[in-house]
Design a protein around this ligand. Structure first.
Ligand SMILES: Cc1cc2nc3c(=O)[nH]c(=O)nc-3n(C[C@H](O)[C@H](O)[C@H](O)COP(=O)(O)OP(=O)(O)OC[C@H]3O[C@@H](n4cnc5c(N)ncnc54)[C@H](O)[C@@H]3O)c2cc1C
Length: 348
């Protein structure tokens, strides 16, 4: 959120100082773990309409932002597929019904029969004879995107303060080990790092695995509906499929458990026998920052704006939320400017 917002702030003509407790190119941010799906339709099954609408706006904003970054982040917009095993066929029916009840335009959901699935994603027809296609969905590689954002921000002259934990925030000022610094506005995008300041902010653990599967070609993300969990495979460069993800009410960021790995891997193997030969090359767990209603929130007071609670949707929502934060900021600047500050915007 912080990096995307910094791009929008620069574009709006602000000077930005960015504080991150981690190094520029790595760290514990949930963004490094994310599968990178930009999937407002599939997520709508369990998310609110507000998330859907923000997601649609972001989907339109991402291509423009990526053009500005000028680097390949493995972004594609070829839709995603939702499948269920024959024994769980009712899951697909219910999933479709829940989405259709929330949507106005019917063409956003396409039912594929075996022939249509063969055309779109032939690898799936070994096991599945129907699917739901969500043609508007996109995805990107979160790590590449983080690197592209950093490269762009540094080239554009953001004053980046890596390895610098923010110890305290207040309107128009923040404190680090080097002391207190003043700014026109402080924007808090610390994800779970803001937990002490945001009542009810919690971590929701997600685990995922990277599979090297050169013999299984998927052209787009595929979700498997299962009575107990939702599982997805997201294709990345170099024949990697990202297999995820668990969703556990826990703020434990420790390594993937045996139970989760077994569940994820056996469900994935049930989608295509080729996955039996795939290599498990990486596993990772992190926590999504979530508020009680699992919706994002922007809390704006003069000189201090907090944006948090991006939950499962950080990449999906960041550009639209950045636009909204800037609107708050400009409203704030027009009315209430803390006295005696540098003419600068800071984000933590
Ligand atoms: C398994 C998994 C899969 C996911 N898949 C997707 C997906 O497919 N699509 C999607 O849109 N989203 C996905 N997400 C969600 C996404 O990762 C989060 O919503 C997003 O990363 C939240 O962004 P954020 O900037 O608020 O927090 P973070 O990404 O956690 O970033 C917080 C930043 O604040 C910094 N920070 C924290 N405390 C301090 C401090 N005191 N001082 C200075 N800096 C500090 C951190 O170093 C970090 O850089 C997934 C998450 C997980 C765990």
């Amino acid at each position: 959120m912080g990096r995307v917002l910094a791009c929008y702030l620069l574009r709006a003509g602000h000077r930005v100082t960015l504080f991150d407790r981690d190094p520029v190119d790595s760290g514990a941010a949930a963004a490094y773990t994310a599968a990178g799906m930009l999937a407002p339709w599939a997520e709508l099954e369990q998310s609110e309409m507000s998330v859907f609408r923000l997601g649609l706006r972001s989907l339109q904003l991402w291509p423009e932002l990526l053009r500005e970054l000028g680097r390949d982040v493995d972004f594609h917009q070829r839709g995603s597929l939702v499948v269920a095993h024959a024994a769980d066929a009712g899951e697909l029916v219910h999933f479709r019904r829940r989405l259709a009840a929330k949507l106005t335009a019917a063409d956003q959901l396409r039912d594929l029969d075996a022939a249509a699935l063969e055309q779109l994603e032939p690898a799936l027809t070994d096991v599945f004879d129907r699917a739901l296609w969500l043609p508007g969905e996109a995805w990107l590689d979160g790590r590449r995107t983080m690197a592209a954002l950093a490269g762009h921000l540094q080239a554009a002259g953001v004053a980046w303060q890596p390895d610098t934990a923010v110890l305290g925030l207040e309107p128009g000022a923040l404190t680090t080990e080097r002391g207190r610094q003043r700014f026109d506005s402080v924007i808090d995008c610390r994800g779970l790092g803001a937990r002490d300041d945001i009542p009810g902010l919690r971590g929701v653990r997600g685990e995922l695995l990277w599979l090297h599967a050169p013999r299984l070609r998927l052209q787009r993300p595929v979700r498997l509906l299962h009575p107990r969990y939702r599982l997805y495979l997201v294709p990345r460069q170099d024949n990697i499929l990202v297999l995820g993800a668990t969703q556990l009410e826990s703020d434990d960021t420790g390594p993937v458990t045996v139970r989760s790995a077994l569940e994820l891997l056996s469900a994935a193997y049930s989608m295509h026998s080729e996955l039996g030969e795939a290599r498990l090359v990486h596993s990772e767990a992190n926590c999504r920052p979530a508020l009680a209603d699992n919706q994002p929130a922007i809390v704006a007071t003069p000189g201090l704006i907090r944006v948090n609670g991006l939950f499962r949707h950080g990449f999906l929502l960041a550009p639209a939320l950045a636009q909204d934060v800037i609107e708050h900021l400009h409203r704030d600047a027009a009315g209430n400017r803390p006295a005696g500050t540098d003419n600068e915007v800071m984000q933590a």
